[in-house]
Design a protein around this ligand. Structure first.
Ligand SMILES: [Zn+2]
Length: 463
C-alpha cells in the first residue's frame, strides 16, 4: 500500500490523499484549496495525477475544503463512484452548487478587468453544470455499514461529530495476504457539542491519518454559551438595538439557531425577532432537519417533545434579496444571523455597513477569523474599518464567543485516541499549520510510543 499526501498537508485547506492498493487508486477527499486567487486557481486546476486513472473517491464530509474540488476532478475525467454518508451527499448538493456559483462570479469579476486590458479571459474552475454532473457520481452509505470498495479494501464510516454527516473512515486492507487497518479522521468533532453526536470511538488501528487543526491549543473554557447569548439579547432588547452574528451557513448557523430556540422555549429571552438571512443557510437548515439520525440525545428529546430544533415563533428564514434589504429599514430589537462567517463577502457586509456605527448594536463573532479578514479586524478591536471601499467607525460593541470550535484541542485529541488501545504502527499528521501538526505528532509519539510523520505536500509513504 502506498499513501501520497497531496493536500491539507502542513496547512488546513485542500484535503486530499491518494491510496494505492491492490492496483487500485483510491482518493480520500478532494478538497478545494482556498487561498490567494492565482495560486488557488492553479493548484485546484492541476491535479498531480490523471483524474481518469482514479478508481474511487471516499469523502469524509461536505466542507468545501474537503469536497470542493470534486467537480474539477469529474470534469477532468474521473469516472468512478464517490462514497459518502447520506447527510454528506445531501449537503454536497447545495454546497457544490454554491461553490460553482462563487467560481463563476469570481471569474466574471476578474474577466471585466482582463477584457479592458486586452488579456485572455479566464474560464471558471468549474460551473454549476459541472457540479450537477459531479453529483451523479455520489453513492450514499449509512454509518457503521461495511462497504467493499474493491477487492481487499473495505471501508466503514463512523460519526465524527464535526459537521452533519461527517465521518471518521476505517479502511480494512488485505494485500498480499496481510491485513492492516488504516483510519482517516477527516475533521474530528468534539464531545458535548450541540445537535450532533459525540465522535464515535475507534479501536484496533494500525495506521492513522489524523487532522491537527488545533493540535497545540487548549480551547476556551467558557461552559455557558447560552447564558452569554441570553445576556446579549437582553441588552439589545433593552436598547431596541440589533445583534448581528456573522456565521458560516452550514454548521455554525444551525448551532446558534438551536441555542436561541432553547433560550426562547425556556423563557430566558424576550420575544425578539430573529432572522437567518442567507439562502444557503436556509437550505442547509432544511437538510439538518431531515437528518435526525445524526442528532444527539438532547436534540432528539427536543423533537420527541414536539419542538423542532430549527424553528420557533420569532424566527424567520430569508432567501430573497429584497426581503434582506428590508431589514436595514426596520428598527430593533432584532437578531440577524448571516454569512459569510469571516465578514469577507455576502449579506453580512450590508448589515455591518448599516449598523456598525450605532453604539447600541452588538456584533457577535462566533467562529475562527483568519488573518486580514474584516472579522479579524473587528476581533482585534480596530476602530475604523473599510466596507465596500468606504470607511466606517466601529461604534457597535464587538463580542466574541470562541467556545464553539468544531475541532478538538490537544487534550481532546488524546482523550479520543486513548480509545484505540492497540499499538499504533504509524501516525501521519495532516490538516494543520506546521506548528500545530508538529506539536500533535510530538504529543502522540511520546504518549503512544509510535512513529509519527508530518508529511510534506506530495510525499509518498509505502507501508
Ligand atoms: Zn470540516
Amino acid at each position: 500500500m502506498k499513501i501520497t499526501f497531496i493536500g491539507a498537508v502542513q496547512t488546513v485547506t485542500g484535503s486530499m490523499h491518494l491510496l494505492e492498493v491492490n492496483d487500485k487508486r483510491i482518493l480520500l477527499d478532494c478538497g478545494l484549496y482556498q487561498g490567494k486567487r492565482k495560486i488557488a486557481y492553479e493548484l485546484n486546476k492541476n491535479f498531480p495525477f490523471d483524474p481518469a486513472e482514479i478508481d474511487i473517491l471516499s469523502l469524509s464530509h461536505a466542507h468545501i475544503d474537503h469536497s470542493g474540488n470534486i467537480p474539477t476532478l469529474v470534469k477532468m475525467g474521473f469516472k468512478g463512484k464517490i462514497f459518502a454518508t447520506s447527510a454528506t451527499v445531501d449537503l454536497c448538493e447545495i454546497m457544490l452548487l454554491d461553490s460553482a456559483h462563487i467560481q463563476e462570479k469570481d471569474v466574471e469579476f476578474v474577466n471585466i478587468k482582463r477584457e479592458k486590458q486586452g488579456k485572455n479571459l479566464f474560464e471558471p474552475l468549474y460551473t454549476q453544470d459541472d457540479a450537477m454532473r459531479a453529483l451523479e457520481h455520489f453513492v450514499p452509505v449509512p454509518y457503521e455499514k461495511k462497504i467493499e470498495l474493491c477487492s481487499g479494501v473495505e471501508i466503514t464510516y463512523h460519526d465524527a461529530g464535526h459537521l452533519l454527516g461527517s465521518a471518521v473512515t476505517t479502511i480494512n486492507i488485505t494485500e498480499n495476504g496481510s491485513k492492516k487497518r488504516l483510519v482517516f479522521t477527516g475533521d474530528l468533532g468534539r464531545k458535548g457539542m450541540p445537535i450532533l453526536k459525540d465522535p464515535t470511538p475507534i479501536h484496533n488501528v494500525d495506521y492513522l491519518i489524523t487532522e491537527s487543526t488545533y493540535g497545540d491549543r487548549i480551547h476556551s473554557p467558557e461552559k455557558d454559551v447560552k447564558a452569554h447569548l441570553a445576556d446579549l439579547i437582553m441588552k439589545i432588547a433593552l436598547n431596541r438595538a440589533k445583534l448581528i452574528i456573522p456565521a458560516f451557513s452550514v454548521g455554525r448557523t444551525q448551532t446558534i439557531v438551536y441555542f436561541l430556540n432553547q433560550l426562547y422555549n425556556e423563557g430566558r429571552i424576550p420575544q425578539v425577532p430573529v432572522f437567518v438571512d442567507s439562502p444557503l443557510s436556509t437550505k442547509a437548515t432544511e437538510i439538518y432537519s431531515r437528518h435526525e439520525d445524526c442528532f444527539d440525545a438532547e436534540a432528539l428529546e427536543m423533537m420527541m417533545n414536539g419542538v423542532s430544533p430549527f424553528t420557533f415563533k420569532t424566527l424567520e428564514y430569508i432567501e430573497d434579496v429584497e426581503e434582506s434589504k428590508k431589514l436595514n429599514r426596520m428598527d430593533g430589537p432584532m437578531v440577524i444571523i448571516t454569512a459569510s462567517g469571516m465578514c469577507e463577502s455576502g449579506r453580512i457586509l450590508h448589515h455591518l455597513a448599516n449598523n456598525i456605527e450605532n453604539r447600541h448594536n452588538i456584533i457577535l463573532i462566533i467562529g475562527f477569523q483568519a488573518e486580514n479578514t474584516l472579522g479579524r479586524k473587528l476581533v482585534d478591536g480596530e476602530k475604523n474599518v473599510r466596507i465596500f471601499g468606504d470607511e466606517y467607525r466601529v461604534m457597535a460593541t464587538v463580542e466574541v464567543i470562541d467556545a464553539l470550535s468544531s475541532h478538538p484541542d490537544k487534550n481532546e485529541f488524546i482523550e479520543y485516541f486513548d480509545n484505540i488501545e492497540t499499538k499504533l504502527e504509524g501516525v501521519f499528521v495532516v490538516h494543520g499549520e506546521v506548528s500545530q501538526s508538529e506539536a500533535l505528532a510530538k504529543t502522540m509519539e511520546s504518549r503512544y510510543n509510535c512513529s509519527t510523520i508530518v508529511p510534506s505536500p506530495g510525499d509518498t509513504i509505502e507501508i
